[in-house]
Write a protein that binds this ligand. Sequence first.
Ligand SMILES: [Zn+2]
Ligand SMILES: [Zn+2]
Length: 351
Amino acid sequence: MKKHTKVYLVVSLLLLLFASGFTLSIHHTDAAGYTKMKVHYIDTGESDSILIESNKHYMLIDAGDVDDVDTVVGYLKKQKVKTLDYLILTHPHADHIGAASSVIDIFIIKKIIMPSKTNNTKVYETLLDTIAKNNLKITKPKVGKSYTLGKASFTLLAPNSYEYGSNLNNYSISLRLVNGKNSFLFVGDCETEALSDIQKNKQTIASDVLLCGHHGSKTSTTATLLKAVSPTYAVISVGKNSYGHPSSTTLSLLKKKKITTYRTDENGTIIATSTGTKITFSAKPTDLSKGTSTNTSDDNSSKSNVVYITDTGKKYHKAGCRYLKSSKTKTTVEKAKKAGYEPCKVCKPAS
Ligand SMILES: [Zn+2]
Ligand SMILES: [Zn+2]
């Protein structure tokens, strides 16, 4: 090969590389220099699991319930996730950590952030074992600390206290995710007390999109919170349940504030795409004018099939039974009976 042919080849190769790199960057970055970020509110039913992607970096906030392993793991695989930069487990309730052990076993996890509050359940103990087995360390959340995810970033807003008593929801990690000028707020299952502490801690909470806390419960989407966050959009991660989620109070509050609202029970998985200046949704907003349809179709009626068991008890219960406490596992009447459980005499679930 002649010398100038070689030079020509090298130059054209460089040009080609430059051109392809250039096209790539045009593809992902808009005129203002922002990069696209996607927030996937995965439809796991009455539980939470949110996958966030920025510049091929991934974060998972919560991992659904114990029966959501296939849904969560399958969704992440479909998105070609191999590594999670962050796995955030907001609080140790089964509907948030349920499939976390499988996620940790299957994907490479760079950092797990979990509150120090523990839970005396099998699913939580298995999670701790899995973390240890995979030689991972738990990072405790520090309010005000910020992390980078691809071209996006997030700041931790809660927990602000470890003295909320026995209600584990209030120990939830809360975070505000920012991509360019767009922002997303996550409050886990924080209820009134913890939410007011978030508002007091001097961190920014105003956000474009709010994931309504605790599956749309009225104690987690309060008028004061909505005023402070002032979201344009709200998402409710909810499935069939007997708690009356989402609460009609929450829905009428969202309607009153004219907040465009999306529900996973109506839409399935909801994907919000942020360009840094604009947010679009993959789903149709719920019709709040239709009134306040809560998802209680298999509610307290005798037809209800969903019941809850505890790790130590011998009875199965309806949701909300005072004997349930926090260590509950969702199951069906058939399964509970087969496993030798009897109906609770206090809440009288279906038998
Ligand atoms: Zn909870
Ligand atoms: Zn929950």
